[in-house]
Design a protein around this ligand. Structure first.
Ligand SMILES: [Ca+2]
Ligand SMILES: [Ca+2]
Length: 370
């Protein structure tokens, strides 16, 4: 190994390693990058180009380096991050790789430096964003000597024995920085798209229609009616001033959750067309969200035909009902619930009589609360 002599030559006053010991020393470095602590890439705006830095067998005095690149991969304002280190757990196949289930600690011997010109990123305060898409980090590793085989005033520190050493390097992101109360997380929560153009002022749209945002499934009810088979995919019905009925606020359209099988020009009437509609909202585990929506009973229908169930993350949170009046009667429903996963399903279901007349819904909103 002439690396040894090279390093001794470089720093002759700091490193005193008897040749005999060097030959017997094995330090294996496996550095595991990017531990997201269970948060998926879907909402994490950065990625790292590699998952391992493995230096293999190294010898005291060697100076090695690897690198990794942090890339910003989404739209938005950018994100601050830190680079943190923590003890590396032993792999499952070798649970006794070091004391107490962890590798011998390599972390104190690693130094991370951002090498991008003109940037001031440090391990405790770094940033990537739309105008600074990547950060390149060099990991410097100066292999420490073993205690007893080196002068004790060795500047870089010593290790007590040979064996496998490891360290986990992780990108630490403050999730609260991603929690932006100005960002509406529901797509088309006001049901203003697509614009209804049918002269009847209502129409039906397939689940998954482009720009629609909502997924739609038939709920309850028979799959055939008056000799017709229930269509798939399910439809959501949008209203735009049917009978002069007002949508919420100043908006022009809203949804009816007991919809229709064959549209305004169809022949069916009273078919069982209750639906559940949902969106899978990207959420930050542990953060609290405000969920708001507006409900109105369909005018001139009784309460048993206007029952709206709201669920969040697969749990029913509220069921709302009211009897219809002469026009719409919009009421606000607002709740704060936390997320426990990176995706949370927001869902509304018509629990009224399945007969193509049912509850109205408008201006659905989900926002993170910082
Ligand atoms: Ca609307
Ligand atoms: Ca109904």
């Amino acid at each position: 190994m002439n690396l040894l002599s090279k390093n001794i030559f470089k720093e002759p006053k700091k490193l005193l390693i008897p040749t005999a010991i060097v030959l017997g020393l094995i330090i294996v470095l496996t550095t595991n990058l990017f531990n997201f602590t269970g948060v998926s890439a879907q909402i994490i705006p950065v990625s790292v180009n590699i998952t391992h830095l493995a230096f293999g067998t190294v010898f005291p005095g060697e100076e090695l380096q690897g690198n990794f690149i942090v890339t910003y991969g989404t739209t938005g304002n950018g994100i601050h991050y830190k680079i943190i280190q923590k003890p590396k757990p032993c792999p499952q196949e070798n649970p006794t790789c070091g004391p107490a289930g962890y590798y011998r600690d390599l972390c104190p011997f690693l130094k991370k430096v951002n090498v991008d010109a003109g940037e001031s990123d440090t391990v405790t305060q770094a940033f990537v964003g739309p105008n600074d898409l990547t950060d390149t980090w060099i990991v410097y590793f100066k292999v420490p000597p073993i205690m007893g085989h080196v002068s004790q005033d060795y500047i870089g520190g010593v290790v007590t024995d040979e064996g496998d050493y490891g360290c986990d390097i992780a990108i630490d992101i403050n999730l609260e920085e991603l929690c932006n109360s100005n960002e509406e997380l529901v797509l088309n929560g006001g049901f203003e798209s697509p614009i209804v153009t049918a002269p009847q002022k209502w129409d039906i749209y397939d689940s998954g229609t482009s720009s629609f945002g909502w997924m739609v499934e038939w709920y309850d009810g028979a799959t055939s009616y008056n000799g017709q088979t229930r269509p798939e995919p399910a439809h959501l019905e949008l209203h735009r001033g049917v009978m002069g009925w007002l949508s919420h606020g100043t908006s022009s359209q809203h949804a009816e959750l007991d919809t229709d099988w064959d549209g305004p020009s169809g022949s069916l009437s009273g078919e069982p067309a209750s639906v559940r509609i949902y969106q899978d909202i990207p959420t930050l585990p542990g953060q609290t969200y405000n969920i708001k929506f507006y409900f109105s009973p369909r005018p001139a229908t009784d309460a048993t035909n206007n029952i709206l169930e709201f669920s969040w993350g697969g749990e029913v949170k509220a069921t709302t009902t009211a009897a219809g009046g002469s026009n719409t009667i919009w009421t606000e429903h607002s709740y704060n619930f936390s997320a426990i996963a990176t995706t949370t399903r927001l869902q509304f279901t018509d629990l009224g009589t399945p007969d193509s007349l049912g509850p109205f819904l408008d201006d659905v909103s989900v926002r993170c609360i910082p």
